[in-house]
Design a binder for this molecule. Structure first.
Ligand code: MN
Length: 375
């Protein structure tokens, strides 16, 4: 009994210390309010969390979805800091950093890596490439803010526009739904911590996860059966990140094991890893269903399932999204708009989603349309 009490006391003390520390850091961030941050990250859920965490303390965020875009953005306008994901399509974070360091007036720009693999040597690789620091993913709020405080400095006379100021406590409390602390496969407290205790944001991510990864087990198995290890690695990597962010640690670990197998091109424990992953995913999905958080689908004028689009265009759209080729995606969407009036409506809807980089939503819609053989 007394052991439990002592243990409980310790835990509570630790929580209080963390909250105190966070409050101190948030206060410290006031002096870099208005700083302009370039966020280079290919994973949509990771982006959404990072944007929220940065904007809610008054920082301005510009997004790049791959290394090539990051280089373009960084050379075209002035930033106070870059948050750089390591694994990205086209040009990865390390290569993008090396390229930026070659540019004369960017040699001192603070670049902070966000790395999902807590692999030994990652830190060294980042420093070698010219990065200043690194934070691990899923992002811990205190780590992220501390790194920004350490590296970002604004000149005293900086007269920056304030993008958004919000009462953090209001954002935390301003929602009625009661959440349990823990469910099977889902540590809600942990997930809320990742989103800086913002229930709204957390619920949004849960919904996104529920919609976006419901068929993840089939996709994983399909990629593995085809022997497409690159696709397998990407799928597993993205699920790992999303699961980690919502507090589904066992699922994140199961995805990590598959990612490792894909990297090592090893099929040795395929059945075991797949079965384990299936179980963990089912458990999380069951908990999400129990939470009953899904919103009513947005009603649109058209029913996407009655629309048929040419197989080849469908394949191109999917490919462009998966590879993060947003210019190609725009071209594909323009092509879609030219087919007929239904397709034009669909194209308009997709275009909006593409501008906001809502790739999971686009993929979900594409999954509901019909396919036609003719060109
Ligand atoms: Mn990535």
């Amino acid at each position: 009994h007394s052991i439990m009490e002592a243990f409980g006391g310790k835990v509570i003390k630790k929580i209080h210390e963390t909250e105190y520390k966070l409050a101190q850091i948030e206060k410290g961030l006031e002096k870099i309010r208005g700083a302009k941050i370039l966020l280079a990250e290919d994973n949509e859920i990771n982006r959404e969390i990072a944007i929220e965490l940065l904007e809610c303390v008054g920082l301005e965020v510009v997004v790049a979805v791959n290394g090539e875009e990051a280089i373009q953005q960084a050379t075209n306008s002035n930033f106070d800091c870059i948050l750089m994901d390591l694994q990205m399509p086209k040009i990865d974070g390390l290569a993008a950093t090396r390229a930026l360091r070659e540019i004369e007036n960017l040699s001192d720009l603070p670049i902070i890596a966000m790395t999902a693999n807590a692999m030994l040597g990652d830190r060294e690789k980042c420093i070698e490439a010219g990065m200043n620091d690194h934070v691990s993913k899923p992002v811990d709020t205190i780590d992220l803010y501390s790194a920004l405080l350490k590296w970002v400095s604004l000149p005293d006379n900086a007269n920056r526009p304030i993008i958004r100021q919000e009462n953090t406590n209001e954002a935390r409390e301003n929602i009625e739904i009661e959440l349990p602390h823990v469910m099977a496969g889902l540590n809600i407290q942990e997930g809320l911590k990742r989103t800086n205790k913002k229930k709204n944001l957390y619920l949004k991510l849960l919904r996104k996860f529920e919609n976006g990864y419901v068929q993840a087990n089939e996709k994983i198995l399909e990629a593995w059966n085809k022997g497409n290890m690159e696709e397998l690695e990407q799928l597993a990597h993205s699920i790992k990140g999303a699961a980690g962010n919502i507090g589904a640690k066992s699922l994140a670990d199961a995805a990590q094991a598959i990612e490792d197998a894909a990297i090592n091109q090893s099929g040795k424990e395929k059945d075991l890893l797949i079965n384990h992953f299936d179980q963990q995913l089912k458990e999380v999905m069951k908990s999400l269903k129990e939470l009953n958080i899904s919103e009513d689908e947005i009603t649109l004028d058209i029913d996407f399932s009655v629309i048929n689009i040419p197989e080849e265009l469908f394949a191109n759209l999917n490919e462009s999204i998966k590879l993060g080729m947003y210019d190609d995606l725009q071209d594909d969407i323009d092509e879609l708009a030219d087919i007929d009036s239904n397709c034009q409506q669909l194209a308009e809807h997709l275009k909006n989603l593409a501008t906001e980089r809502k790739t999971e939503d686009i993929l979900n819609i594409l999954n509901t349309v019909g396919l036609s053989k003719q060109k």
